[in-house]
Design a protein around this ligand. Structure first.
Ligand code: FAD
Length: 345
């Protein structure tokens, strides 16, 4: 019997399919209790670029990996539209399509998928236990590729606008907004960095911050203030996104937190730069993390526990790109394969 989820796709707007698949899985849950006595060779947590690349490599190494997809099957790329910087696609490719290709490629070589969410983790002497949807699973090797979720503002229709003039990544989407006004929301180093990067494309970059000074380092702040294309808007919050009739961002509504004065600011894209939340709750206190919760790796993909490997944005506070996540997924799977070969000898 297989632990595979039904072959339902669940990217982007097809969330309902994922929900159905999840409930189908819960029907199978009692029979999976028997299966949990089995020892998996490789479990991969996450099905973004890192997890899926790890799955392709592990599957092609004949390890029949089990991929636990969590709440966002396909990961962050499944929320965006055109991706122009993933090598091999000269005309770009839709994020969800790229993810579906990777998923299919992994499945072709024998990867299995389940929509389970991992909530706990226990490293043992020569294997690992993880709790997935209230069931403990055992595996000889584990690859953690659970990503980092961008923090958003929590405004109305926010998730609908992602990829339509709302994003969290200037490197990814800046080049789409040439000679038009855009805004960055945030006041830390990454907001300053995003604003500076965007001046290469946009006609004007508004930097909207709820306080009266930046939290960014002095050197980044100085660069921002020296750049005439950037206009800081202090003591101000975004209260509403204003899309046009096609559903693309047209403007934001702003409120000055001191005066309560409201106004509309025309922008073609909003870059939200208020940080990311690494998805590492299950590993807190058990794997090494930095103060912000990002996992710490050695030699690219190793953790402090033999048999536990790490890939993608869950350990990357700098690059956060599909191709770097995929690269580290490859490294994690190759390291896991070498580790498993070592156990056999
Ligand atoms: C709007 C947007 C646009 C972007 N555009 C581009 C672009 O054009 N080019 C580019 O290179 N990059 C882009 N990126 C960045 C890119 O998407 C990420 O760098 C990449 O997706 C990271 O891959 P990952 O596999 O490490 O993590 P993610 O893609 O974050 O995937 C994490 C996976 O882990 C799963 N998971 C999380 N917690 C658990 C758990 N407890 N149990 C089980 N599973 C779990 C999630 O469900 C998900 O499947 C964009 C990001 C965003 C948000």
């Amino acid at each position: 019997m297989s632990r595979m989820a039904p072959k339902a796709r669940s990217f982007g707007t097809e969330v309902a399919v994922a929900t159905t698949a999840r409930s189908t899985l819960s029907i199978f849950a009692h029979s999976r209790g028997v299966l949990s006595l089995l020892m998996e060779k490789v479990i991969i947590v996450g099905s973004g670029c890192a997890g899926l690349t790890a799955a392709i490599y592990a599957a092609r190494a004949n390890l029949s990996p089990l991929v636990l997809e969590g709440r966002q099957p396909g990961g962050q790329l499944s929320t965006t539209t055109l991706v122009e910087n993933f090598p091999g696609f000269p005309d770009g490719i839709d994020g969800p399509q790229l993810i579906m290709n990777m998923h299919q490629q992994a499945e072709t070589f024998g990867a299995r998928f389940s929509y389970s969410e991992v909530t706990d983790f226990e490293p043992r002497n020569n294997h690992v236990r993880i709790k997935a949807d209230d069931e403990w699973l055992e595996t000889q090797a584990l690859i953690v590729a659970s990503g980092a979720s961008a923090r958003w503002l929590g405004l109305e229709d926010e998730q609908k606008l992602v990829g339509h003039g709302l994003t969290s990544c200037a490197t990814c989407d800046g080049a789409f907004y040439k000679n038009v006004p855009v805004c960055v929301v945030g006041g830390g180093d990454s907001a300053a960095e995003e604003a500076l990067f965007l001046t290469r494309f946009a006609s004007k970059v508004y930097l909207i911050h709820r306080r009266d000074k930046l939290r960014a380092s002095k050197i980044m702040g100085d660069r921002v203030f020296a750049n005439k294309q950037i206009e800081p808007i202090w003591n101000t919050v975004v209260t509403k996104y204003v899309p046009d009739e096609k559903g693309e961002m047209r403007a934001v509504r702003l409120r000055n937190v001191n005066t309560n004065e409201e106004r509309e600011l025309p922008v073609a894209c909003v870059f939200v730069a208020i940080g990311h939340e690494p998805n590492t709750k299950a590993y807190q206190g058990k794997l090494e993390t930095d103060p912000d919760g990002y996992l710490i790796t050695r030699h690219l993909a190793e953790s402090k526990h033999p048999g536990v490997f790490i890939a993608g944005d869950v350990a990357d506070r700098i690059y956060k790109q599909a191709v770097t996540a995929a690269g580290s997924g490859c490294a994690a799977a190759m390291d896991a394969e070498k580790y498993l070969s070592g156990l056999e000898t």
